[in-house]
Design a protein around this ligand. Structure first.
Ligand code: NAP
Length: 301
């Protein structure tokens, strides 16, 4: 029987495990893919207090090692179900099942897809969801970025230093992301902004060769690009918990700043809960709060 099982080894989950282990709780972290969550793809983190210019990979690795050194058990198994049984909870994975007194769900979110034909087929063959991972493949080539949030703006900025021309396609006429990023992009001479438009078609035999852009006014045009970076937001990874935990209409776990879910003893931390600010620092903050609440729940029983 574990005291705390944490689902997800991103910044929220690993921070939870640090707090859990410092309180000497028997702690298991279960992660479906690799540690670090989405931050691992960030080239340089500039907004985490007292830690400027650290790479996402270095940040995640330091956090992972800190959790391990404190005695957190970390297993790479995908959680498929959680159950709230009488007196304990159960976490089922692709490899087995584990009993625990409390659960912290810190599964974060995954990339939203554009949802247009051939997107899946051409992923890895011109379509990418991570500019810092794949941008170097497009040195000196023409590429496009779609989206209007901070990720799209950061991706476009990164790609202007690598690619020949970067088209930034957004469905509205103003960006959702930070003005400082928009201004930095405007100072680049190889960026082309395409507003009020969507990517509606992907062309190419075995690789992406061009995209069709449809304007909100009904116009259509084709742009020759060898890469399309999709940065249209993220979707919370909560579907496997829907049978037990209350989600909102967008799939986020309903919880306030205390990280409690509707089930006593099950907590949520990070980007997959309802919240206004989804940042590294708020994910870490949630991790600390959820673990502290889980520890209180165990100690009060
Ligand atoms: P986001 O802020 O949700 O932005 C998603 C963008 O994609 C929006 O501009 C949206 O358009 C557009 N979009 C959504 N669905 C679309 C579709 N089907 N077709 C075309 N466009 C679509 O997502 P994000 O940029 O990934 O950022 C997620 C969170 O992480 C945000 O809170 C962001 O601030 C944060 N973040 C922070 C940093 C940083 O601080 N350095 C870096 C990256 C991300 P509309 O604007 O019209 O809705």
């Amino acid at each position: 029987m574990y005291d705390i099982i944490i689902v997800g080894a991103g910044p929220a989950g690993l921070t939870s495990s640090i707090y859990a282990r410092r309180a000497m709780k028997k702690t298991l972290v279960l992660e479906a893919l690799s540690y670090g969550g989405q931050i691992i793809n960030t080239l340089s983190i500039d907004n985490y207090p007292a830690n400027p210019n650290i790479s996402g990979f270095d940040f995640a690795t330091r956090l992972y090692n800190q959790a391990k050194d404190l005695g957190a058990e970390i297993k790479f198994e995908k959680v498929t179900e959680i159950m709230d049984s009488e007196g304990f909870k159960e976490v089922v994975t692709t490899k087995g099942s584990y009993k625990t007194k409390t659960i912290i769900i810190a599964t974060g979110s995954e990339n939203r897809k554009l949802g247009i034909p051939r997107e899946l087929e051409l992923t890895g063959k011109g379509i990418s969801y991570c500019a810092t991972c794949d941008g170097a493949f497009y040195k000196g080539k023409d590429v496009a970025v779609v989206g209007g949030g901070n990720t799209a703006l950061e991706d476009a900025l990164y790609l202007t230093d690598v690619a020949k021309t970067v088209y930034l396609i957004h469905r509205r006429d103003e960006f959702r992301g930070e003005e400082a990023l928009v201004n930095a992009l405007k100072n680049k001479n190889n960026i082309k902004f395409i507003y009020n438009s969507n990517v509606t078609k992907l062309n190419g035999d075995n690789r992406l060769e061009s995209i069709e852009i449809s304007g909100n006014d009904g116009s259509k045009k084709e742009i020759l690009v060898s890469g399309l970076f999709v940065a249209v937001g993220r979707i919370p990874e909560n579907e496997n918990f829907r049978n037990v935990i209350n989600l909102d209409e967008s799939g986020y776990i309903i919880a306030s700043e205390d990280c409690h879910t509707n089930v006593p003893g099950i907590f949520v931390a990070g980007d997959n809960r309802v919240k206004d600010v989804r940042q590294l620092v708020t994910a870490a903050s949630d991790g600390a709060i959820a673990a502290t609440e889980a520890i209180k729940f165990i100690n009060n029983r």
